[in-house]
Design a protein around this ligand. Structure first.
Ligand SMILES: Cc1cc2nc3c(=O)[nH]c(=O)nc-3n(C[C@H](O)[C@H](O)[C@H](O)COP(=O)(O)OP(=O)(O)OC[C@H]3O[C@@H](n4cnc5c(N)ncnc54)[C@H](O)[C@@H]3O)c2cc1C
Ligand code: FES
Ligand code: FES
Length: 1313
């Protein structure tokens, strides 16, 4: 077949406009094309791996078989642009705009308060929009399915789901129908007629797109495809690119020729026969799901066992976008060890229909194929045409099992397909097949065990024998990659036990219809709970807050649930984030090069090969820094020594991102390893390696008190770290100006003044030449307080050296590797108490893993110690804390600043005391809580009245006591599922413990048309600070919010600002805005007095005429806050936020999974400035806290390499993780704190309330352990992952598994806390 020499034109449509790309590069993804070529920046980059949904767009294609238009969501970061030939792409910009017409999806997500930072919002909009294009009135299940692949780090999902629910068949939300514009499907963009014509008469000729390095070939016929495959046997078939794409990106796989089967309709054929189903290899997994569902509805149950097992896994496999993209063929051929479908297809006796120029042949999809044995594999010139899956028969039972870190959008730790055929009417095993995923390099078949069990009756004895055989055959070494070895071994047998019960249950049903048949073992009622899996359900709930006083003027927005100012722009993609700023003239891209060693001397850095590459302009090293290279202890770039894997060594500057990235691989660094390498807290203690002196607080006489108590318990608590996982990674754009060494810096930061100062000292130029601009930040959570200054400074050095603007955008894996996160903690406690539960003495010593540099570690340790007592009055206390120096990236500020980790120790003490006293934990909490006006351990006076109100209301609103009884009843009746409940009180101190940190300033200009520009020192991180500031200005100036505007935060308008952090931003900046407005009003007073009937515009005009300045700076001197650590006394915090949360969960003791049944939160917001925003902060931080305590787990190698560097390995909560019932109440005000309009800052406090889920899980685990007579005490370890839960629910299966002597192997990962 002759190949045309030149490249074909790529034709597709974007938002109704035709795109013709000549000389298209097959390596370009749709995301990059949209953002860079078409300047459609609504579609965001957040992970680049298909795992977060931020880049979701809709693709529409005409299906050649059904002749219908198919709309489906995809993640643009994995879609090669060449795959879009003949497709129509719709991005968020094509859906609606604030300038023309908003789409109902966009309007509703904003008005339901479903956006905070807004970085995830376009992706959410596109997932919902695509759903509505297919189902204008979707079901709740469809809605959840559509959003399962979209992550949000801010909102906690509840409001997003609420907005989607307004479209559902049954909408139970409290929205009036007339509140939103209706959905009118006739208004949507039509499928372009030109594409329809092209699809109806498809051209059969082969299309070729030639790039610099890669050629994309898309044949029009099967014959041509087979010919091409014979000619290029090494070329992969690129279907969904969800397997090839990530491998090419992260493992550096490179293929010069890619063959696209997209236009071959034969690969999408489906044929039904009387004995089975044949599905084309080109069908997407979403299509496979529909095909199977249809078949299940048509056939009798006994024939669809395999189909139903596949359907079960297809519901939780990845997110909807990936299921839309990934093909059945690609899935099977990839043979991933975690494949959810291959184990089922293998036990279900599926056959692969292969085709090549030579003809067709069939091979079984069995263990040999899955193990990649050459003799039973595809030949290089063959392709997979289709897969045949036979029907199941009567007396045949097929099941599927999977356990992952969380329920949806997470790769399974272990999965399995199991099938048994019994001799008709008996319990004798005729045939048995079992295959597991996740326990080896490929899907593993337990063939030998199965053979040995044939002929055995399906009873307890067989179960015992099967478990023994399976553990022998499916063996995992202690060092196995992926870790969790004992958990995986346990799942191997736990799954089989579930299968055993499931088959018995099915037999019971069969027997009902056959009275004379064989007698089968009965399942005791207590065991029935092992059979049910937790369904994926949406969250419902009520949000309560205090309405404003009826006398408040209608125009006064304070206290009202005003929508986030940028909400609609977030939803239309028109909100501009740092990397959305168009490319500036002569701009270059920077990529960082970091250490691969944890502790080493740098012997040499060879840049020559990198500098020779095309497009590479320079490599920036510490030697290029004109000023200071950070501080002695915290260098911007390593000089002679590296202190952690991820330590920045140098930075490549090139014309494009791709060129810069390629060049980083060519930089040769030689190291000489240094000793010691300290990774864990234990290592640091052993080596006496600390970042700062011990912090200590003490009251009473602890030793004496221990002598007088009835009982003493000692224990340990381990709390893992946490990655910020802001959706917008760190990014900065530095633009050097030609005059006076000025620099404009656009940066995603919580602290622009710190960036400005650091750049100034790095470049050795005065601060006044540098202007930092922050329009908005796509989530910060503390992670953008300190680190952006490092990136800003390095980029600025690059800008000065090259004279070009520099853009630095960290990709997700670098961001996770370099930036550090929440400090992991190890705590030891000794608590002395009376038999009635009264705690008399508490001694806590804790250590945090600070990483290799000081950063905020000393402050975090101080805060941790100050806050450890939480809500409890204990007369004799000793709290000690130290920050360990280790060879890990420096840990830093994170929402809650030590409180969420530290207080877990205090609450664990309470649980331990309760267990020893035989009392319920809530009783111990109540007994020891502050009751009257008192002083904290650091002698700050406070009244706990609100704390007690929160606690009582939470008990009441959650119907705690009656539900506690129901939980106990449930636990008595169910052996394999246990419920748990916990209610946790909270006293959270707001603000920084230093007076100078509480100042704030604002600048308010009134223009001659009456419009007002407000600027202040706070940064918009999604927390709605700008919205609140305009609410303040509107009240003060008595003008509507529509007359007010905030443009950006800039160091040129408000200088010397403090980081927006510590929950105090809106408060202190609000006071500054108030001050500026009051100054202006004062100036206007004589004019208003003279013309009281005049309008605002009249007064402003008059003021201008009279030469009255219409611009004022407002200033707030801040609260006095101090702490004397010598004396252990102080007034470190301006005020406290109180709260309580009650959570109920159910755990599956066999798998470790849990379901969150209900959470009730009562939070003291006093007089909320904006209840919608404040409830958003409470919900969002609660879910983030829940992630910390349940699923978010950072994995490190013993050499200090972070494995978890993306959404695949690090699981933040998804929409399926929100409690089924989630109620939040803001407690009506009863105090008048010295804050702006008596409001309170709620940014961080909700984080700790997530621990109520943790304690509910441990409560359930404790119930299981009591029933199984396992010793009561267990070490508290957070997060309470399925692995932890399963292993803590010790039983006959955990006892069966082989255990390794830890001294005999080097584990894959080590705990660092
Ligand atoms: C974010 C994310 C989450 C995921 N979650 C899960 C999960 O929970 N569970 C799970 O099981 N999997 C999961 N996966 C993996 C996913 O199922 C596979 O990547 C996918 O099925 C591969 O299909 P594809 O069409 O994209 O393959 P491609 O990447 O296009 O191709 C993969 C391989 O298959 C070959 N190939 C493709 N079609 C044919 C054919 N017809 N004949 C011969 N060879 C062919 C190609 O040559 C290539 O080698 C996830 C993937 C991502 C990106
Ligand atoms: S950026 Fe594409 S899925 Fe995350
Ligand atoms: S609003 Fe969803 S990530 Fe910020």
């Amino acid at each position: 077949m002759p190949c045309p020499p030149k490249s074909d034109d790529l034709v597709f449509f974007v938002n109704g406009r035709k795109v013709i790309e000549r000389n298209v590069d097959p390596e370009v993804t749709l995301l990059s094309f949209l953002r860079k070529n078409l300047r459609l920046t609504g579609t965001k980059y957040a992970c680049g791996r298909g795992g977060c949904g931020a880049c979701t767009v809709m693709v529409s294609k005409r299906d050649p078989l059904s002749a219908k238009i198919r709309h489906f969501s995809i993640t643009a970061c994995l879609v090669p642009i060449c795959s879009l030939y003949g497709a129509a792409v719709t991005t968020v910009e094509g859906v609606g705009s604030i300038n023309t017409r908003l789409h109902p999806v966009q309007e509703r997500i904003a008005k339901s308060h479903g956006t905070q930072c807004g970085f995830c919002t376009p992706g959410m909009v596109m997932s919902m929009y695509t759903l509505l294009r297919n189902h204008p009135q979707p079901s709740e299940e469809q809605l959840l399915e559509a959003l399962g692949g979209n992550l949000c780090r801010c909102t906690g999902y509840r409001p997003i789901l609420a907005s989607g629910r307004t479209f559902c068949v049954i909408c139970t939300e409290l929205f009036a129908e007339d509140e939103f514009q209706p959905l009118d499907p006739t208004q949507e963009l039509i499928f372009p007629p030109e594409l329809l014509r092209m699809a109806e008469k498809p051209e059969k000729q082969t299309l070729i797109f030639r790039g610099e390095r890669v050629t994309w070939i898309s044949p029009g016929t099967l014959k041509d495809l087979l010919e091409l495959k014979a000619k290029h046997p090494e070329a992969p078939l690129i279907s969904g690119n969800t397997s090839l794409g990530p491998a090419m990106k992260s493992q550096g796989h490179f293929y010069p020729i890619l063959l696209s089967p997209a236009r071959i309709s034969e690969l999408s054929m489906v044929s039904k026969t009387s004995d089975g189903l044949t599905i084309g290899a080109g069908c997407s997994l979403a299509q496979v799901k529909d095909i199977l569902a249809e078949r299940v509805s048509e056939l009798p149950e006994e024939k669809t066992q395999t189909y139903r097992a596949l359907l079960k896994h297809l519901r939780s496999l990845a997110g909807q976008q990936i299921r839309n993209m990934a093909s059945l063929g690609g899935h099977i051929i990839s043979r991933h060890c975690y494949s959810d479908l291959n184990p089922i297809l293998a036990v279900g006796n599926a056959t692969l229909n292969l085709i090549s120029e030579e003809g067709t042949r069939q091979i079984p999809l069995n263990e040999h194929f899955l193990a990649g044995l050459a003799s039973v594999d595809l030949k290089p010139e063959e392709i997979l045409e289709s897969v045949y899956i036979p029907h199941s028969q009567k007396w045949e039972f097929v099941s599927a099992f999977r356990q992952a870190q969380c329920q949806q959008n997470a790769l399974a730790d272990v999965n399995a397909g199991m099938r048994v055929v019994l001799k008709e009417g008996t319990d004798t095993i005729k045939d048995l097949s079992i295959a597991y995923g996740g326990v080896g390099a490929a899907t593993v078949s337990a063939q030998k065990s199965c053979q040995q069990l044939v002929g055995r009756p399906w009873n307890e004895l067989m179960l015992e024998e099967a478990c023994r055989l399976l553990l022998e055959e499916v063996s995992l070494p202690g060092w196995a990659p992926g870790g969790k070895v004992e958990f995986k071994r346990t799942l191997v047998v736990s799954f089989f036990f579930k299968f055993y019960l499931e088959v018995l249950q099915e037999l019971k049903k069969l027997v009902k219809f056959m009275p004379d048949s064989h007698h089968y073992p009965e399942i005791s009622d207590q065991f029935l709970s092992a059979l049910e899996d937790f369904p994926i359900t949406g969250s419902q709930g009520v949000q309560r807050y205090q309405r404003v006083d009826s006398h408040q003027s209608l125009q006064d927005p304070v206290g009202r649930p005003i929508m986030h100012l940028s909400g609609l722009k977030h939803a239309t993609g028109e909100a501009i984030f740092c990397d959305d700023i168009p490319m500036v003239d002569r701009e270059l891209f920077m990529v960082l090069v970091t250490s691969t060693r944890a502790h080493a001397k740098i012997i040499s850095v060879d840049l020559s090969q990198a500098l020779d590459l095309p497009g590479v302009i320079d490599v920036i090293t510490a030697e290029d820094i004109p000023g200071t290279n950070g501080t002695e202890d915290d260098k911007l770039m390593a000089v002679d020594e590296v202190l952690c894997v991820g330590h920045i060594i140098c930075a490549v500057v090139a014309e494009t991102e791709l060129q810069a990235k390629s060049a980083t691989e060519k930089i040769k660094i030689t190291y000489e390893d240094l000793e010691p390498v300290i990774i864990t807290i234990n290592d640091a203690i052993k080596h006496n390696s600390f970042l700062c002196p011990e912090k200590k607080l003490e009251q009473g006489n602890v030793e004496e008190a221990f002598e007088k108590v009835d009982q003493i318990v000692e224990g340990e608590v381990h709390v893992g770290g946490q990655e910020h996982f802001y959706m917008e990674t760190q990014r900065v754009l530095v633009i050097p100006k030609t005059e006076d060494k000025e620099l404009d810096i656009y940066v995603s930061t919580q602290d622009p003044a710190h960036v400005q100062k650091t750049v100034s000292s790095t470049l050795n130029i005065p601060i006044n030449r540098i202007t930092c601009h922050v329009k908005r930040v796509g989530g910060g959570f503390g992670g953008k307080v300190g680190r952006p200054a490092v990136f800003g400074a390095i980029a600025a050095v690059g800008a000065i050296k090259t004279g070009h603007p520099i853009r630095l955008v960290l990709d997700r894996k670098d961001d996770m590797l370099i930036t550090g996160g929440r400090h992991p903690l190890f705590g030891k406690y000794k608590v002395g108490f009376m038999n009635n539960g009264r705690i008399k003495a508490l001694d806590i010593e804790c250590f945090v893993n600070g990483g290799c540099m000081l950063d905020d570690s000393e402050l975090v340790t101080e805060f941790l110690i100050l806050k450890l007592e939480n809500a409890y009055k204990i007369r004799n206390l000793r709290f000690r804390g130290r920050a360990c120096m280790t060879n890990l990236p420096s840990n830093t500020a994170f929402r809650g600043f030590g409180f969420p980790q530290g207080t877990l120790i205090t609450e664990s003490c309470i649980t331990a005391v309760a267990a020893k006293c035989g009392l319920l934990p809530e009783k111990i909490r109540e007994k020891n809580m502050y009751k009257t006006v008192d002083k904290t351990i650091y002698k700050q006076a406070f009244s706990p009245e609100t704390l007690i109100r929160c606690w009582n209301e939470c008990l009441d609103k959650s119907s705690f006591h009656s539900r506690r009884m129901q939980v106990e009843e449930f636990n008595k009746k169910n052996y394999w599922k246990k419920k748990g409940m916990a209610i946790i009180p909270m006293k959270f101190s707001v603000g920084f413990a230093a007076t100078s940190y509480h100042q704030a300033a604002a600048l308010v200009h009134i223009y001659t048309d009456g419009s007002v520009l407000v600027t202040h020192g706070g940064n918009e991180l999604g927390q709605g600070i700008h919205t609140k500031m305009l609410q303040v200005a509107s009240r003060e100036l008595n003008i509507p919010m529509s007359s007010l505007h905030i443009c950006e935060t800039s160091t040129a308008t408000v200088p010397n600002t403090i980081a927006t952090a510590a929950s105090i931003g809106s408060d202190v900046n609000g006071r500054a805005v108030q001050n500026a407005c009051q100054i202006l009003l004062k100036r206007l007073e004589p004019i208003i007095k003279k013309n009281p009937e005049g309008t605002w515009e009249d007064w402003i005009e008059a003021a201008f005429e009279q030469r009255i300045s219409l611009s004022a700076t407002g200033y707030f001197r801040g609260y006095k806050a101090f702490m004397d650590w010598e004396k252990g006394e102080g007034d470190p915090f301006p005020y406290y936020v109180y709260g309580a949360a009650c959570s109920e969960v159910e755990v599956d003791c066999l798998t470790g999974a849990h379901k969150k049944i209900r959470t009730d939160i009562v939070m003291d917001a006093c007089c909320s400035l904006n209840p919608a925003i404040d409830i958003g902060q409470v919900e969002g931080s609660f879910i983030q806290g829940m992630g910390l305590y349940t699923t978010e787990e950072l994995k490190y190698s013993p050499e200090g390499v972070l494995y978890s560097r993306g959404p695949d390995e690090y699981k933040i909560p998804t929409i399926a993780d929100v409690p089924e019932e989630f109620n939040v109440s803001l407690l009506p005000s009863s105090q008048t704190p010295p804050t702006i309009y008596s409001s309170k800052g709620l940014g961080e406090s909700g984080m700790f309330l997530g621990s109520s889920v943790f304690f509910a899980i441990t409560d359930a685990v404790a119930a299981a352990r009591r029933e199984r007579d396992t010793v009561e005490d267990f070490t508290v370890r957070s997060p309470a992952t399925p692995e932890w839960v399963r292993m803590a629910c010790a039983d006959r299966f955990t006892e069966m598994i082989p255990r390794d002597d830890p001294k005999t192997f080097r584990p894959w990962s080590i705990p660092i806390a």
